[in-house]
Design a protein around this ligand. Sequence first.
Ligand SMILES: [Zn+2]
Length: 127
Amino acid sequence: MTRLETMKARFLAEPTIISQLPITLPNGCEVSEINGSCAECGNALTDEQLHGNVSRPMSNVVSFDAHGVCASCITIFPLHGRVRAIGDEMRMEWIKNGQWVGANLESETILSKLILWLKRQLRTLVN
Ligand SMILES: [Zn+2]
């Protein structure tokens, strides 16, 4: 299969991301929603347009490996990253130019809910 066929097959076979949430991290922070948007046109993906796998490689890490479909551009693209609980905070990490980069997410309270925004990562298409 070509890379495009593989992405399409995975999208069709895998459940929506929202169906696998929420997930509560050991520090009480809850990952309640993962949203995606298309960097080409800015279109926000609906829950039905974001499919993939959510996993817990470690108890304090939520990892997601998904594909989004942009209804405006009629394209499919990978979206992936992870959230790590560090103390009372969360750190969002994603791949940029082949390397993991990250940013701390502000949480007003330990029990705050987290909505993640993922942007289309064009670089991941160029392997
Ligand atoms: Zn688009």
